[in-house]
Ligand binder design. Structure first.
Ligand code: PLP
Length: 473
């Protein structure tokens, strides 16, 4: 560390009344060295990985948490609302926004923006769907149309679709709904190690109140083995919960085979299809699926709206008690506008699915060919043939994923780090751990395309990736 930085640190510590300890100096040194190696500041994830320091510890040690570390060591940041992002050292001549993060969330498509604006402008559909007035009936009918649209996509009955506030709630309702039916004798739940946190955390919590759980391993491509599942089913197994498509590595699970195993034991099979809905044909009835979670914001619909398919022969305990809405499975006045938009978004994405998937897979091929020319030794996580058409999880050898993410962000290219190293997250991905990615060797980035992604976006990405990799190596 140079003398100017040392003097700045001493001065800032004095001004803020911070007593510098060896731990402070260790953290500041690490940040300084990281910056001088990568030309961009580290993320929380890097502190956690390399020093074992948590966000809480940083906030306790420094008066303004991460901001203090960056400012005291002279690392450039942009800061707004108490959040700071390190600024990467890259000049962009032809700036454009390139959104490659559709697995995280999608923008609302034009048709949905228009539909919602009209819905709000007309202000004629605000009636309470449970009321007997004509306004109420209109809202009720609108909800039922959306219910029908979603049911149509899955080829299930309309009364098997329950609207919720998001995919997380759908997963909670499905899993706890079954568990609470068995509250007296508890029971055993089987899931996989690579589920979304809304499944894993729900099951962890159920374990804390006396339920039992098995977390199935996956292979190197992220597949659950139906044979392993068969071996784990017990007399007291009350539910199997395996996702249809993984949100990080895109792997599509063998849901038909899993469904067969579950059906042969008479155990309900629940699948989190939040990522798969709209990107592949889903037929719960043919696949032996009893419960399926969906979400609006992954299919160009609004955020804060989800749905759960519940087989008509299955009985669940609701999480929200109250009115008799949603077949008495979710009390509360429905979010009519978002439900209508979700129904329409589901209809639209399904009506163009085959064509769009072909286009996305062509783009993916183009992307992989282009990437190979820039960095021949990258590798892809998950299976290449049994994966979401819009997802790629890429391992860059010898590259820090956080630094790469920040450089790309500076160029207007928005990706996710497969190791969840956004500035707010410190944990290494449980999915990458489960499939055995060596985190010391690779930086992993998730790229996910959508309806607006074009070849021009990919070419722009290649142009800046070349420059960035030069800087990072
Ligand atoms: N399940 C999966 C596989 C997801 O990718 C997500 C969102 O990232 C969820 C569940 C949660 O959905 P929501 O954001 O609607 O709560």
């Amino acid at each position: 560390m140079n003398n100017l930085t040392k003097a700045t640190i001493r001065q800032m510590a004095k001004l803020t009344g911070t007593e510098l300890t060896p731990r402070h100096l260790q953290i500041l040194n690490y940040a300084y060295n990281y910056y001088h190696r990568h030309n961009v500041g580290p993320l929380l994830y890097n502190f956690k990985k390399n020093l074992g320091v948590s966000k809480e510890e940083i906030e306790n040690l420094f008066p303004h948490g991460l901001n203090s570390i960056f400012v005291w060591t002279g690392i450039p940041i942009v800061s707004s609302n108490n959040m700071c992002i390190p600024v990467a050292d890259i000049q962009i001549e032809d700036f454009r926004h390139v959104y490659f993060d559709h697995n995280a969330t999608t923008y609302m498509r034009e048709e949905i923006v228009k539909l919602l604006s009209k819905f709000n402008e007309d202000n004629l559909t605000y009636g309470n769907p449970s009321s007997s007035t004509s306004l109420g009936k209109t809202a009720f009918e609108l909800i039922n149309t959306a219910r029908f649209q979603i049911a149509e996509c899955l080829k299930v009955n309309q009364n098997e679709i329950v609207f919720t506030s998001c995919g997380t709630e759908s997963n909670n309702l499905a899993i706890k709904g079954i568990a609470f039916k068995n509250l007296d004798k508890k029971g055993h739940i089987i899931t996989s190690k690579i589920e979304h946190p809304s499944v894993l955390e729900t099951i962890h919590w159920l374990e804390s109140i006396g339920f039992e759980a098995t977390y199935l391993d996956v292979d190197k491509e992220g597949f659950v083995s139906p044979d392993d599942l068969k071996k784990c089913v017990k007399q007291n197994t009350i539910l199997v919960s395996i996702m249809t498509a993984n949100n990080e590595i895109g792997t599509l699970q063998p849901v038909n085979e899993i469904g067969k195993v579950c059906n042969s034991f008479g155990v309900p099979f629940m699948t989190d299809a939040v990522q798969a809905f709209g990107r592949m044909k889903l037929r719960p009835k043919e696949s032996g699926i009893s419960l399926m979670s969906l979400s609006g914001h992954k299919i160009y619909g609004p955020k804060g709206i989800g749905a759960l398919y519940i087989d008509k022969d299955l009985s669940l305990t609701p999480l929200l008690h109250g009115g008799k809405q949603e077949y008495e499975l979710r009390g509360g006045t429905e979010n009519t506008g978002s439900i209508v938009a979700f129904g329409k978004a589901a209809h639209l994405i399904h009506s163009e699915m085959d064509m769009e998937n072909n286009r996305l897979m062509e783009l993916r091929e183009y992307f992989l060919n282009g990437l190979r020319k820039i960095i021949p030794d990258f590798s892809i996580n998950g299976s290449l043939d049994k994966r979401l058409p819009n997802n790629l999880s890429i391992n860059f050898p010898g590259i820090d994923a956080g630094a790469l993410l920040l450089y790309l962000n500076q160029a207007g290219i928005y990706v996710s780090s497969g190791s969840a190293c956004s500035s707010g997250s410190t944990e290494y991905s449980h999915v990458l751990t489960a499939i055995g990615v060596n985190r010391e060797e690779y930086g992993t980035i998730r790229i996910s395309f959508g309806i607006k992604t074009s070849k021009e976006d990919l070419d722009y990405f290649f142009k800046y990736l070349k420059i960035i990799l030069e800087k990072l190596k």
